[in-house]
Design a protein around this ligand. Structure first.
Ligand code: TXE
Length: 482
């Protein structure tokens, strides 16, 4: 059977494209998930215009109407969780369990923002001037471009689109080239759930071609972006020069501190799940284990032993613990960082390219032992199943090493000492802190984001998203006559 062909969607209609791109399954490179007709800058322009034209109608809907659309879409995502999870695992390479978790998360996010649309968001208060009343109301920002990466093909689009629509904005979604099918399904579900044409548009195209239009067009009021530092800087330049709003999530270099007060089994699981879950391709991945001297050797031995039983294989096979790396260039990046680590003195356990029944991008989990916090592998985001270990004398040095990260998204500590965990929560320089939990794995109803080079602009998700997707208006009213 020939693969299905997906196109961009502008004002509710499919838009054929000139070039075709095959979307391949990283677990089986012979398996083409779909073919994509790629759009160019002209279609990106049309999508922006469609969003602009739909804005008066969508921003004029009642919160209840917006809530109903999001709730219906959330119900469909949840009802189709198994089917969408299979698509996600096939397209991106997460295991089925991980993929299902992500799909359910997308459904929950849609429902959360359905509820949020109905919450009171304004304020009415007395003025400092006698007799005058003040109201602070929230209004949509306008046309929002959402640019998303490949590592969470349905959850990241959902957590950008859902709040944008909930608060009355219209949207152009540009997903990563590697994962068009999940994005297409989400847009299709939302459109069928009752969005007016143009409220949500999908542009399937190369970032280098459509990106400048989607971030630089004067009609685009805000850009929410998740991806690499380099592209994020281009988005920043393109929005800042014309005063558009920008929200950037640019990844993380996330430490997991393990002290001699840790429950060793808990610490090992935190590192395994946080470092190698989703093939390590998460901005919140626990990519550096900072371990105090007293427990270092025991911890490394326990992690190594646990990894020896870690099964790498087809993302959709029942006995797979870890799926493949997403594509060949990411695999090359992982191997390059491991080589640099070796050159800088690390001993690397694992990190071998694996052959499986079908050709795919398989890499065994890698532990780089004997690194120092300033080594390249500890200062740059690898974005693969690669964890490095740093040995430190004690907790104070562990905290200092953890705070040396310039991409402070998430930081964790494994300890049973209350004083240590309280101190770490208070003094960590990360945007999110985990105690006896992996650095990855967050809730959808609270703010998400990092500090330093990790994030720019207001937080995403939960109660934080309203700051980016609305703008406040302060109105003063005097009764006029006494
Ligand atoms: O990212 P890009 P890629 C990191 C990770 C990974 C590397 C490259 O290290 O190996 O980035 O991944 C769109 N204007 N992260 O190539 O290029 C692009 O089409 C506007 C970490 O996927 O940043 C895609 O939709 N948009 C990160 C999106 O930007 C442009 C998650 C992200 O792609 C554009 C992903 C342009 N000029 C990658 N050029 C994390 N930590 O969460 C490209 N795009």
């Amino acid at each position: 059977m020939s693969p299905r062909v997906l196109t961009s969607i502008v004002a509710g209609l499919p838009v054929p494209g000139a070039d075709r791109l095959a979307d391949r399954n990283p677990s089986n490179l012979d398996d083409v998930v779909c073919e994509v007709e790629l759009s160019g800058p002209d279609v990106a322009h049309d999508a922006v215009r469609a969003a602009q034209q739909a804005l008066p109608r969508w921003s004029g809907t009642t919160p209840w109407q917006r809530a109903e659309v999001l709730d219906r879409a959330g119900s469909e995502v949840l009802a189709r969780a198994d089917e969408l999870a299979d698509l996600l695992a096939r397209e991106e390479g997460k295991t089925l369990i991980e993929a299902r978790g992500e799909v359910v998360r997308a459904g929950q996010i849609l429902k959360y923002y359905a509820g949020s649309a109905l919450q009171p968001h304004g304020q009415a208060l007395d003025s400092v001037r006698p007799g005058v009343e003040v109201t602070v109301t929230r209004e949509p920002v306008g046309v929002v471009t959402a640019i998303t990466p490949w590592n969470f093909p349905i959850a990241i689009p959902a957590w950008k689109i859902a709040p944008a629509l909930a608060y009355g904005n219209t949207v152009v979604l540009k997903p990563a080239e590697l994962v068009p099918a999940c994005a297409w399904e989400l847009v299709d579900i939302l459109n069928r759930a009752g969005l007016p044409p143009g409220a949500l548009n999908l542009v399937l195209g190369r970032g280098s071609q459509v990106g400048p239009v989607l971030t630089g067009s004067p009609e685009v009021d805000a850009v929410t972006f998740t991806g690499s530092v380099g592209t994020g800087q281009a988005v920043m330049a393109s929005t800042m020069t014309r005063g558009a709003k920008a929200q950037l999530e640019l990844g993380g270099k996330n430490p997991l501190v393990v002290t001699e007060h840790a429950d060793l089994q808990v610490a090992v699981e935190c590192l395994i799940q946080g470092g190698f879950g989703s093939t390590g391709q998460r901005c919140t991945a626990s990519s550096i284990a900072i371990v105090t001297d007293a427990v270092h050797d025991r911890f490394v031995a326990a992690v190594t032993q646990r990894l020896a039983t870690w099964r790498v294989g087809d993302a959709r096979a029942d006995d797979t613990d870890m799926g493949p790396v997403v594509d060949s260039s990411q695999l090359e990046q992982d191997l390059r960082y491991l080589e640099i680590a070796r050159t800088q003195g690390a001993e690397v356990v694992g990190g071998e390219v694996l052959d499986r029944a079908r050709a795919g991008h398989y890499l065994s989990p890698a532990l780089a032992v004997g690194t120092t916090i300033t080594d390249t592998i500890n200062t740059e985001e690898v974005f693969g199943p690669v964890v490095s270990v740093v040995r430190v004398p004690d907790y104070a040095d562990a905290l200092a090493a953890a705070n040396a990260s310039t991409m402070n998204l998430s930081a964790g500590i494994c300890t049973t000492d209350l004083a240590e965990s309280s101190h770490f929560k208070r003094h960590s320089s990360a945007g999110m802190v985990m105690v006896n939990l992996p650095t990855a794995g967050v809730d959808f109803h609270v703010p998400f984001g990092g500090r330093g080079a990790s994030s720019y602009g207001p937080r995403e998700q939960g109660t934080g998203a309203i700051e980016f997707f609305t703008t406040t208006k302060t109105a003063y009213t005097s009764p006029g006559a006494p």
